[in-house]
Design a protein around this ligand. Structure first.
Ligand code: FAD
Length: 286
């Protein structure tokens, strides 16, 4: 099923994001986790793609397993930086032949150990979106950033680039994680004013670790409201208290987002499902 159709249903869609583990033991554990989460009735599960294709085969393999063996709709992330057209084409063919027909089209960041550019046939994600739209019938999603993308200092230009990306052929958007719902609501409003009407799925990460939160938010440019940060810092040595606070904050965010019309929630699980499960159960009562 096309994710854009799922996101247009009246009931909210819950989805979970995982990254490909490095080992077979990790992979078996991940499949166990996803099977267990299936009872929560997720609309789809997405699988990330390592920069420069480092997990290319794993992403296809895992997305195919989720769709064809576990029986949940799968979204395969695909980044274009560092790839030729032929490489991207062959990954899309593998996805299509495995009945994975939802893809999240991304530019990606340059891998740390590989010099930037030089051999990419695509500069930005909108070019990848156009390429997929021209050759495949897939449902295409893309990333968006309620607080702006870190590389673009001009919010208006950043928005224009996003509008251009959607016009290139996106069917839905998933946001970068955020902790302040107002940022999402204002962002959706700005896009609607530009006549962008694709579903915009908010990305939520229940906090599980304060040091990791600081690392992530520095990297991706998401702000942490002082009301949350002050409480987290008070408990930073108490793992259980941080988990509980992360869950409480995420439940509050999700309830308000859904009440005010978000089409669902995309959970950044970081391959740890406990907090996501508690938040989801509290929202759905399942
Ligand atoms: P783009 O849409 O291309 O935008 C990148 C930057 O370029 C922005 O600053 C934009 O304003 C600017 N820009 C766009 N077009 C132009 C243009 N024509 N001229 C000049 N500037 C332009 N990374 C991974 O490696 N693997 C993953 O699986 C992955 N999954 C993600 C999932 C989600 C939901 C999100 C939000 C991010 C994910 N990322 C992933 C991270 C993503 O790859 C990075 O944020 C990357 O820096 C930008 O990718 P993009 O597709 O948003 O890029």
């Amino acid at each position: 099923m096309r994710v854009s159709d799922l996101l247009r249903r009246p009931e909210p869609t819950f989805s979970f994001e995982f990254f490909p583990p490095k080992t077979d033991v990790g992979l078996a554990r991940l499949y166990g986790t996803i099977e267990h989460l299936a009872e929560l009735g997720p609309g789809f599960v997405s699988v990330t793609y390592g920069a420069g294709g480092s997990t290319r085969h794993r992403t296809v393999e895992i997305a195919s397993h989720i769709k064809n063996t576990i029986g949940i709709e799968a979204v395969a992330h695909l980044t274009c930086r560092g790839h030729t057209r032929e490489e991207i084409g062959s990954t899309l063919d593998s996805l299509a032949s495995n009945q994975v027909d939802n893809v999240l089209a991304l530019r990606g960041d340059p891998p740390k150990d590989v010099p930037d550019e030089g051999f990419s046939d695509f500069r930005y994600a909108d070019e990848l979106v156009s390429y997929i739209r021209d050759g495949q019938s897939m449902c295409i999603g893309a990333a968006c950033y309620p607080e702006g993308h870190t590389e673009n200092p001009d919010p208006e230009d950043d928005l224009r680039r996003l509008v251009q990306k959607v016009h290139a052929g996106c069917d839905f958007l998933i946001t970068q994680l955020f902790f302040d719902n107002e940022k999402y609501f204002r962002f959706v409003e700005r896009l609607r004013r530009q006549r962008i009407d694709v579903p915009i799925l908010p990305g939520i990460m229940p906090v599980t670790n304060v040091a990791q939160l600081k690392r992530f938010t520095t990297m991706c440019g998401a702000s942490v409201p002082s009301a949350l940060m002050e409480r987290l810092e008070k408990y930073s040595d108490d793992e259980q208290a941080v988990l509980a606070l992360g869950i409480e904050w995420a439940i509050g965010q999700c309830r308000e987002l859904l009440a005010k019309g978000a089409p669902g929630i995309h959970f950044y699980t970081l391959n740890r499902s406990l907090s996501t499960r508690v938040v989801c159960v509290s929202l759905t009562g399942r």
